[in-house]
Design a protein around this ligand. Structure first.
Ligand SMILES: NCc1[nH]cc(CCC(=O)O)c1CC(=O)O
Length: 300
């Protein structure tokens, strides 16, 4: 009997992502039996505190990794942007499925777009990256922390605590909530988080059976873009406290990478670079070095 167990967090977004990957795996391997194991992580327990202040990206990952080490589960479906930039050496990302919409979006009360917000309007985000770029676009706005799952954030907006909030299109899309979007930001004005919209399927390094089963989920172009963006972030360093974004697109063997380093006061440097997709990591490193030298270092 061929059984595969997926460890998953219990949030709605985590479950939707896990179910989609389970269905894709079952379609490719009809002989497989797939079981789900629900795991509560440290990150779930402290979801009401500002995550940037806690600052450890491993929060949503480490309990699930322990379950993999114990053999309780075989794989986990993560949002790649929530993974630490350096993975534990006994773990691997066995597949990066095809990327969903990478963009950030505004969800404004009463259909408002950014330009419709009055001076001083309250915009909710707890991401330093989104805050820096919002302030750059609209220095007059009041940017306020917001925590919780996507549903919680939308409820806080609907209750009138904010005039608008910024979220990832991918999360809203997966939850069937894209109709809430009032504005899609282009990556050149609101550069997305590294790996935003990409899932990372984590497994034990060296588990050949699981790696072979997961191969069907891997999308080479999404992997290359994730690797270029991750190398950009790794070169800059810092956790989720830093206002850093990067976004790569793939076209006939070439990657085009946009990178951004910002500060909470709205100063930022942004740049772009094109290079071969076969040296994705080198491209990310080069652009990071370039932006650090062009004033980015002073912003961190
Ligand atoms: N920060 C939390 C988080 N982690 C992944 C997503 C969904 C987007 C994705 O899969 O990249 C979200 C919600 C958001 O940023 O609005």
């Amino acid at each position: 009997m061929n059984i595969l167990t997926i460890g998953t967090r219990k949030s709605q977004l985590a479950l939707v992502q896990t179910h989609a990957m389970r269905d894709a795996l079952l379609a490719a391997h009809p002989q497989l039996t797939i079981e789900l194991e629900h795991i509560t992580t440290k990150g779930d327990a402290i979801l009401d505190r500002p995550l940037a202040a806690i600052g450890d990206k491993g929060l949503f990952v480490s309990e699930i990794e322990d379950a993999m080490r114990n053999g309780k589960v075989d794989l986990a479906v993560h949002s790649a942007k929530d993974l630490p930039s350096i993975l534990a050496p006994d773990m691997t990302i066995a597949a990066y499925p095809e990327r969903a919409d990478p963009r950030d979006v505004l969800v404004g009360a009463e259909g408002r777009r950014l330009a419709d917000l009055v001076p001083g309007a309250k915009v909710g985000t707890s991401s330093p990256r989104r805050a820096a770029q919002l302030r750059h676009l609209r220095p007059d706005l009041t940017i306020i922390d917001i925590r919780g799952n996507v549903d919680t954030r939308l409820r806080k907006l609907d209750e009138g605590q904010y005039d608008a909030i910024v979220l990832a299109a991918a999360g809203l899309q997966r939850l069937g909530l894209l109709k809430r979007v009032t504005q899609f930001f282009e990556p050149a004005e609101m550069t997305p988080a590294v790996s935003q919209g990409i899932l990372g399927i984590e497994a034990r390094a060296g588990d050949q059976r699981v790696a072979d089963l997961l191969k069907v989920l891997d999308h080479a172009e999404s992997r290359a873009t994730a690797e270029a963006e991750k190398a950009f972030l790794a070169t800059i360093g810092g956790g989720c406290q830093v206002a850093v974004g990067a976004f790569a697109t793939y076209q006939i063997g070439q990657l085009h990478l946009i990178g951004m380093i910002g500060a909470l006061d709205g100063r930022l440097v942004r740049g772009e670079l094109t290079g071969s997709a076969s040296t994705a990591q080198a491209l990310g490193t080069s652009l990071a070095q370039q932006l650090l030298a062009q004033g980015g270092r002073e912003l961190l």
